[in-house]
Design a protein around this ligand. Structure first.
Ligand code: COA
Length: 191
């Protein structure tokens, strides 16, 4: 089932393992932006050295078959503009939970939907049975992305995450099962 962070390509994006050399672009584009991290579990990076250190660890980990952490590269600029990762996995049931974020300058163009569709497709192709994700109740844009990828709303999990602000937050759980994905209409037609 496990293949790690293989390269995936979509119309506008390249998804590939992070490199230390992505740090400057990432810091400029999203890792130091408090609006990006507002509903996430981590706080904005204070300096690019922190981003560089983190990417060093991710670059080394990218050789591992159980490590899924993609840099989202926007083909138009050639820069890393966000990330998608498997934040939790349970191989006994074939369950993968996704996390993701994107540079604020590129919000609202369908890019994360495009990236997630590619990642979901890949995870099912290597044998996962269920792909899930959670978003803060106050972050409906993220829920809309999941919905556009065909993920069903399953309920609210109370005080499930600790936000970067330190607060415990209620989240919506959404998921899609392998059979639903394989039987789904062309992804662009999902409303
Ligand atoms: C959430 C995020 C990944 C979305 O990325 P994106 O590339 O802008 O997403 P898309 O353009 O594919 O789709 C966004 C959808 O949300 C909708 N949306 C935006 N703001 C919204 C709001 N306040 N309420 C409801 N829907 C909203 C958009 O209209 C769009 O839907 P549409 O195509 O039907 O019009 C991006 O905003 C982000 O990185 N946010 C910060 C990090 C984050 O919250 N990550 C997710 C943690 S669970």
């Amino acid at each position: 089932m496990q293949q790690g962070t293989v390269i995936l390509e979509t119309e506008r994006l390249l998804l590939r393992p992070f490199r230390v050399s992505d740090a400057e672009a990432a810091f400029r584009n999203w890792t130091n932006d408090p609006l990006v991290t507002r509903y996430l579990t981590w706080t904005p990076h204070e300096d690019v050295a922190f981003t560089r250190q983190l990417f060093q660890e991710w670059e080394e980990a990218s050789a591992r078959p159980d490590f899924y952490q993609w840099a989202i590269v926007w083909k138009e600029s050639g820069e890393a503009v966000g990330s998608v990762s498997v934040t939790e996995q349970d191989l006994r049931v074939g369950r993968a939970q996704l996390g993701y974020c994107l540079s604020r300058a590129l919000w609202g163009r369908g890019l994360m939907t495009e990236a997630l569709n590619a990642v979901i497709d890949h995870l099912f192709s290597i044998g996962f049975e269920r792909v899930e994700a959670v978003h803060a109740v106050e972050n409906p844009a993220s829920g809309r992305v999941m919905q556009k990828c065909g993920m069903s709303f399953e309920g609210v999990l109370r005080k499930y995450c600790r936000a970067s602000t330190g607060e415990l937050t209620d989240v919506c759980m959404r998921s899609i099962l392998r059979g639903e994905w394989e039987g789904a209409p062309t992804k662009e037609t999902i409303k």
